[in-house]
Write a protein that binds this ligand. Structure first.
Ligand SMILES: Cc1cc2nc3c(=O)[nH]c(=O)nc-3n(C[C@H](O)[C@H](O)[C@H](O)COP(=O)(O)OP(=O)(O)OC[C@H]3O[C@@H](n4cnc5c(N)ncnc54)[C@H](O)[C@@H]3O)c2cc1C
Length: 351
């Protein structure tokens, strides 16, 4: 018989960072993960873009989430001597004066002060690009190498002998007077960090998931970029003339198989941005755990205090996960209350 404070199901970015902060709070954890190479976290581009959508608004809680995420990834980098966080401006490619004026008008507003600057990169990248009117640069952006982050933490959890590589079977979970039992593991609670697979978990059927499939390509091109380029799709420099290109959004075909339609869409968008030749060297797909109101949810089940969840990271896992993993670990360690806006108990099951 083994005893642990918490069983965490899933070692995507949610489970990994929740484990990280629980351990820092001197809690013991056992992670169970089915090692899915097509998980959202492993397919993700990892881009942290502080501005959302065509309306050019600051991402929810960006002022708190950004510095927290930067510090969290740097701390992991230092502890394990791995490069994880890549600060990189995002160049928004603009086609006409209206688009440019919209960005410039927003850049002057106090809310976005420091996030946008009007340095134009079109001349610098003209040799690679189709004609564009101008560009602006989004500052305080970055990308997280989620592959390195998750593999680094996985190795650490394996060394600590706290990671079991298998599928967690809900039928083998039983509730006890003081917590839960799973096979020979007794714990005070189980926290599900299953990404989109939570939709198959009977404890969470009531949650408003709206899964979205995303596809990304890796291309090779003779190009030297010091920014991520963005124009409906992003082109993210990975080094050695490799670039990640994405993403698609599909709400009707929910599987993690790369599709011809996804590839064709990304290639046609790429051709509208790049005038140089490129070669597709990889193509991946995964499902994002997106939700209706686009807020993460975390906390304990409305009817079972020993069962919790950390999920709903949607399209912004790399920005949201550090802050809310820390917040949830604090709650589980008795240090803070949960923010109501993200408390899963606000989504009460009807039955
Ligand atoms: C194409 C694409 C591009 C993206 N780009 C970005 C981006 O640029 N920036 C950004 O911030 N976000 C991006 N995202 C979103 C990001 O990937 C997600 O927000 C985040 O990865 C969700 O993490 P998670 O840990 O909740 O879920 P997941 O990454 O899905 O992890 C869940 C883990 O749980 C395991 N698991 C599930 N059920 C069980 C079980 N029963 N037993 C054992 N193990 C189980 C799975 O194997 C998996 O390892 C992108 C997503 C996609 C698909």
């Amino acid at each position: 018989m083994k005893y642990t404070d918490y069983i965490l199901v899933g070692q995507g970015i949610a489970g990994s960072l929740l484990a990280w902060y629980l351990i820092k709070n001197k809690k013991t954890v056992i992670l169970i993960d089915s090692k899915n190479e097509s998980s959202a976290s492993l397919v993700a581009a990892g881009i942290i873009h502080p501005i959302t959508g065509r309306r050019i608004v600051k991402t929810w809680m960006a002022d708190e989430l950004l510095p927290f995420a930067n510090d969290a990834y740097r701390e992991i980098e230092i502890q394990f001597e791995e490069k994880i966080l890549h600060p990189l401006g995002i160049v928004e490619l603009l086609s006409n004066p209206k688009e440019y004026n919209d960005w410039m008008a927003r850049s002057g507003e106090k809310e976005l002060s420091g996030y946008i600057d009007n340095s134009d990169s079109i001349a610098t990248y003209a040799k690679y690009l189709q004609p564009f009117y101008k560009s602006i640069t989004v500052n305080r952006a970055s990308w997280v190498n989620t592959g390195t982050l998750l593999r680094t933490l996985r190795n650490y959890f394996l060394q600590q002998q706290i990671l079991i590589e298998e599928k967690f079977k809900i039928d083998s979970l039983s509730k006890t007077e003081n917590g839960v039992m799973y096979h020979d593991i007794s714990a005070s609670g189980v926290i599900f960090c299953e990404g989109i697979e939570a939709m198959e978990n009977p404890y969470w059927w009531h949650l408003p998931f709206l899964p979205s499939k995303g596809e990304v390509l890796t291309i090779r091109a003779e190009m030297n970029l010091d920014h991520i380029l963005n124009r409906k799709i992003f082109i993210q420099p990975l080094g050695m003339n490799l670039f990640r290109v994405g993403s698609t959004y599909s709400w009707d075909q929910i599987d993690n198989l790369p599709s011809e339609a996804g590839k064709e869409f990304l290639i046609s968008q790429l051709r509208s941005i790049l005038k140089i030749p490129f070669e597709v060297v990889d193509h991946k797909a995964a499902i994002r755990p997106t939700v209706k109101d686009r807020r993460p949810f975390l906390g304990l089940h409305p009817k079972h205090d020993q069962i919790g969840i950390f999920n709903g990271l949607g399209t912004k896992g790399c920005l949201l996960a550090p802050y809310f993993a820390h917040h949830f670990a604090g709650y589980l360690s008795g240090k803070n209350e949960l923010m109501q806006e993200v408390n899963v108990r606000k989504l009460n099951p009807k039955s």
